[in-house]
Design a protein around this ligand. Structure first.
Ligand code: 6GU
Length: 239
């Protein structure tokens, strides 16, 4: 049984988009996952198939109606236990833990917003998770949905060439990854760190760990604090 992505959107032609190429595209061809879309417009009301209306309370923009969103959701006949995710800058930040949870299940149902958003009553009543992919504003949820799907699909069994490369990287242990080097050993006068040419695997592992910690401390103080707290917590628990 393949992992099933169902996307409710006003722009179904945006899917699978870039995920029809490379590893995800191969996996799609091989039936590892499926990408279905449900056109929100087909559930719009009246001659103009209106999906949105003006916000109660006034203000700029338009809001997607709960009845229209629900009709689209019902039309997908998504499995009852499948996570339903609305992509919105108001959501909680998407994490690798979320991605692992989605990838481990039968699939996801994604709702892509445009305009100001979707009526909150629909989101609450249908138990829709609200997720953001970062602190910047996109023109719509579609590109965010593609990001979420990319992150999930690469974790599906058989998608990554080497099973190890899927786990042993940024975030798996809460640190950013160490830097990488390849040939030539000297490029424009810049040498590769000597320890990497030493053949001393213990020293290499130690250097990489130190670099991972240094990079995380400099670039992601939030991850660094969490990592330190976890480390110290584990130490406290051990004594
Ligand atoms: Cl999920 N949607 C939109 N429109 N903008 C975003 C986002 C999502 N995540 C970050 N910015």
């Amino acid at each position: 049984m393949s992992w099933k992505a169902t996307v409710v959107t006003l722009f179904p032609d945006m899917f699978p988009g870039p995920l029809g190429q490379s590893l995800a595209g191969r996996a799609l061809e091989n039936g590892v996952w499926e990408c279905r879309t449900e056109d929100l417009r087909e559930h719009g009301l009246g001659r103009h198939r209106a999906v949105d209306d003006t916000p109660f309370g006034g203000g700029a923009g338009m809001v997607i109606r709960p009845d229209v969103a629900d009709a689209a959701l019902a039309a997908t006949a998504a499995e009852a236990n499948i996570p339903c995710v609305y992509l919105t800058p108001r959501g909680r930040p998407l994490t690798q833990a979320d991605v692992r949870r989605y990838a481990a299940g039968p699939g996801v149902m994604l709702l892509c917003g445009r305009f100001e958003g979707v009526d909150e009553r629909f989101l609450q009543a249908r138990g829709v998770e609200q997720v953001s992919i970062g602190d910047y504003v996109l023109s719509g949820g579609e590109t965010a949905a593609l990001v979420l799907l990319d992150a999930c699909v690469r974790l599906l069994p058989g998608v990554m060439g080497s099973e190890l490369s899927g786990v042993e990287e940024s975030f798996s242990d809460g640190l950013l990854e160490y830097p990488h080097y390849t040939r030539p050993a000297v490029w424009e006068g810049h040498e590769v760190p000597e320890v990497l040419l030493s053949g001393n695997h213990a020293a290499i592992a130690q250097w990489r760990q130190a670099k991972a910690e240094e990079t995380t401390r400099e670039r992601r103080p939030d991850l660094w604090s969490a990592w330190l707290a976890r480390k110290n917590g584990n130490r406290a628990a051990a004594v």
